[in-house]
Design a protein around this ligand. Structure first.
Ligand SMILES: *[C@@H]1O[C@H](CO)[C@@H](O)[C@H](O)[C@H]1NC(C)=O
Length: 200
């Protein structure tokens, strides 16, 4: 693992007749592991991301959950196209882009619902606490391997969770989690880690 300490100094602007202004901002140690084999990865700053991280931690998310949200959206907000332009069991909701097919199976409140009631998933878009609770229910209900399979590839992935594509997705999420875990500052600052997961 290569570690580099990044110290950003936006140095003093000295304007005649005014006092010198020195702004120093220290980012956490930019420890970043090599990208997963065959994938691109990196990190950058997203304004407001730290507040979103803190919010999901407060609602009981762990850094694996944080890594999923970070991979799925840039801002960790459910502000993408409704359902992620999908309907029925394939429709996505919340900051983790959970699919309705899994949501309705693992959540007691929705177990009487079918694919046609997919709009009920809207509740996750507007209630971050519920979004995190449903995620954690689904991870427990399916177990992490099946959860990754279904999250990546719906019913097909639930039935067959060890394909190359699902394994790549899982590798990407765990890489992001490892970066966050390497420095506690990354749990609450504005750093977004990303991995480009190749399509197969
Ligand atoms: C979020 O959802 C939970 C579970 O349905 C509910 O108990 C809570 O009141 C909701 N919070 C808001 C702000 O709607």
């Amino acid at each position: 693992m290569r570690r580099a300490l990044s110290l950003l100094c936006a140095a003093g602007t000295l304007v005649a007749g005014t006092v010198a202004v020195l702004v120093v901002s220290v980012s956490p140690a930019a420890a970043i592991s090599a990208c997963p084999s065959g994938m691109s990865c990196g990190y950058y700053t997203v304004s407001g991301l730290g507040a979103r991280k803190q919010a999901i931690l407060n609602y009981g998310a762990d850094t694996l959950d944080m890594a999923v949200a970070m991979l799925e959206t840039e801002t960790m907000q459910a502000n993408y196209a409704y359902g992620d332009r999908k309907t029925g069991d394939a429709a996505n909701f919340g900051i983790f882009k959970q699919n309705w097919g899994m949501i309705r199976q693992c959540t007691p409140q929705y177990q009487s619902y079918g694919p046609n009631e997919w709009n009920a998933g809207t509740a996750l878009n507007s209630n971050l606490s519920w979004d995190v609770q449903v995620l954690n229910k689904c991870q427990s209900y399916f177990g992490m391997d099946k959860w990754f399979g279904g999250h990546r590839n719906g019913a097909t992935g639930l039935a067959n969770p060890y394909t190359t594509d699902i394994n790549n997705y899982k590798t990407a999420v765990y890489w992001i989690k490892a970066q966050i875990d390497a420095n506690s500052g990354y749990r609450t600052d504005n750093t977004r880690f990303w991995v480009y997961v190749p399509a197969i």
